[in-house]
Write a protein that binds this ligand. Structure first.
Ligand code: NAD
Ligand code: IPM
Ligand code: MN
Length: 362
C-alpha cells in the first residue's frame, strides 16, 4: 500500500524522536512491502526561525495532501518571550484546530519490564491499561475572550453541546472495543461547562447500555490514578484536564517519554505525536526516549492506514526490547542505550520477528 506521511519534527528532541519513528516505519515498509513517502515540513520554533510563523501555509498544504502526519514536539526557551501569536505552541494548537482534530487518544499501558522503573510500587502499576480520550479543540485553550493587561488577565472556558457530544461518543465507542467502562472526569461541583458535560454523559449513556459509566471530579481522579491505575479503562475529559492527567499518568509507565497519542476527527486522517514536549534539558544529547514517537507511528498504522498487523509488530518489538532489558536514560534499571541505539534494537527485533515468521511458513 502506498501512503504519504508528512513529518513535522519541530523543536528540541522532536527531530530526534521523529527520525527514530521514521526509521521504524521504513523497516515496516520493507517487511510488509508498503511504500511510505515522507514529506518534511516546518512547525513551531523551527518554523518561526525559517518562515516567520509557527504554522506556515506550506506546512498546512503538505498536511492537507498527506494520509497522516507524524509530529515531534514544539517549544523551547529561545521563543519563550515571543508574543502569543509567535509562540511555537501556537503552531501546534492551530494545526489541531485547522484539521478539526477534536479527539486525542492517549493510551497508558504498563509494561512488565518497566514495572520497577515506575516511581509507584510495581504491584500498583501492574495490569494498567487505559486510554485517556482528551477533547482537543475546545475549552480554555481556544475560547474567547482571552485578555491580558499588566493588571488583569482572563481566559474563558466554553464548551458547546456539539463539542461535548462528539467526544463523549468517541469515548463510548472506544470502550465498546475494550473493557466496556467509561470514566468521565469533570469539575461539576464548580464549573458550568462541567455540569453540561456531566448531563450530556448521562444522556449519551442511554445509547450505550453495555458500557459502565462513572463520573469522577478531576481532583479525585488525579488521586485515583496513583491509588489504583488499573481500575480505569477509558477516561474522557476536557482539554486542559486531559493534558494534565496524561502527564501524570505517564509516570505509571515509568516515563513521560513512553506515551504515544493520536489526534483524530471523523475520517481516517490523524496527527500522531508523543505526548511529551521538546525536553530542552536533554535535546541534542541522544538521551531522548523515542518510544512515545515510535508507538505513535504504530497508532498511525492502525487508525489511519488500517494496518493492524503492522502496528502490532511495532508494539511487540518495543515490548521485547524492554523485556531484553534495553532502556533509555529516563528509565531506571536497565542497560541504558542512546536514542539511536535503542531504535536500532527495535528495528533488529522487527527483522527477527520477520525471520521467525519465514521459518514458520517455509
Ligand atoms: P517536556 O515534556 O518537554 O519535559 C518534561 C521533562 O520530561 C523533562 O525533564 C524532559 O527531559 C523529560 N522528557 C520529556 N520527553 C522525554 C523523552 N522522550 N525522553 C526522555 N525524557 C523526556 O515538558 P516541559 O519541560 O514542561 O516543556 C518544554 C517545552 O516543550 C515547552 O516549550 C513546552 O511548551 C513544550 N511542550 C510541547 C509539547 C508538544 O509539542 N506536544 C508538549 C509538552 C510541552
Ligand atoms: C501537549 C502539549 C500541548 C498542550 C502544548 C505544547 C500546547 O502540552 O500536547 O500535551 O497543552 O496540548
Ligand atoms: Mn501536555
Amino acid at each position: 500500500m502506498k501512503k504519504a506521511i508528512t513529518v513535522l519534527p519541530g523543536d528540541g528532541i522532536g527531530p530526534e524522536v521523529t527520525a527514530a519513528a521514521v526509521h521504524v516505519l521504513q523497516a515496516i515498509a520493507k517487511r510488509f512491502q508498503h511504500e511510505f513517502e515522507f514529506h518534511y515540513a516546518a512547525i513551531g520554533g523551527a518554523a518561526i526561525d525559517t518562515h516567520g510563523q509557527p504554522l506556515p501555509d506550506e506546512t498546512i498544504a503538505s498536511c492537507s495532501t498527506a494520509d497522516a502526519v507524524l509530529l515531534g514536539s514544539v517549544g523551547g526557551p529561545k521563543w519563550d518571550a515571543n508574543p502569543p501569536e509567535l509562540r511555537p505552541e501556537k503552531g501546534l494548537l492551530a494545526l489541531r484546530k485547522q484539521f478539526n482534530l477534536y479527539a486525542n487518544l492517549r493510551p497508558v499501558k504498563s509494561y512488565k519490564a518497566l514495572e520497577s522503573a515506575s516511581p509507584l510500587k510495581a504491584e500498583h502499576v501492574s495490569g494498567t491499561d487505559f486510554v485517556i480520550v482528551r477533547e482537543l479543540t475546545g475549552g480554555l485553550y481556544f475560547s474567547e475572550p482571552r485578555k491580558k493587561t499588566s493588571d488583569m488577565a482572563a481566559d474563558t472556558l466554553v464548551y458547546t453541546r456539539k463539542e461535548i457530544e462528539r467526544i463523549v461518543d468517541s469515548a463510548f465507542q472506544l470502550a465498546r472495543t475494550r473493557k466496556g467502562k467509561v470514566t468521565s472526569v469533570d469539575k461539576a461541583n464548580v464549573l458550568a461547562s462541567s455540569k453540561l458535560w456531566r448531563e450530556i454523559v448521562e444522556e449519551k449513556k442511554k445509547g450505550y447500555p453495555d458500557v459502565e459509566v462513572e463520573h469522577i471530579l478531576v481532583d479525585a481522579a488525579a488521586m485515583q490514578l496513583i491509588r489504583e491505575p488499573s481500575s480505569f479503562d477509558v477516561i474522557v475529559t476536557e482539554n486542559l484536564f486531559g493534558d494534565i492527567l496524561s502527564d501524570e499518568a505517564s509516570m505509571i509507565t515509568g516515563s513521560l517519554g513512553m506515551l504515544p497519542s493520536a489526534s483524530l476527527r471523523d475520517d481516517e486522517f490523524g496527527v500522531y505525536e508523543p505526548i511529551h514536549g521538546s525536553a530542552p534539558d536533554i535535546a541534542g544529547q541522544g538521551k531522548a526516549n523515542p518510544a512515545g514517537a515510535i508507538l505513535s507511528a504504530a497508532m498511525m498504522l492502525r487508525h489511519s492506514f488500517g494496518m493492524a498487523v503492522e502496528a502490532q509488530a511495532i508494539e511487540t518489538a518495543v515490548e521485547n526490547v524492554l523485556e531484553d532489558g534495553y532502556f533509555t536514560a529516563d528509565l531506571h534499571g536497565g542497560r541504558i542505550l542512546s536514542t539511536d541505539a535503542w531504535t536500532a534494537k527495535v528495528i533488529e527485533e522487527l527483522d527477527s520477528e520477520s525471520v521467525s515468521e519465514s521459518i514458520c511458513f517455509s
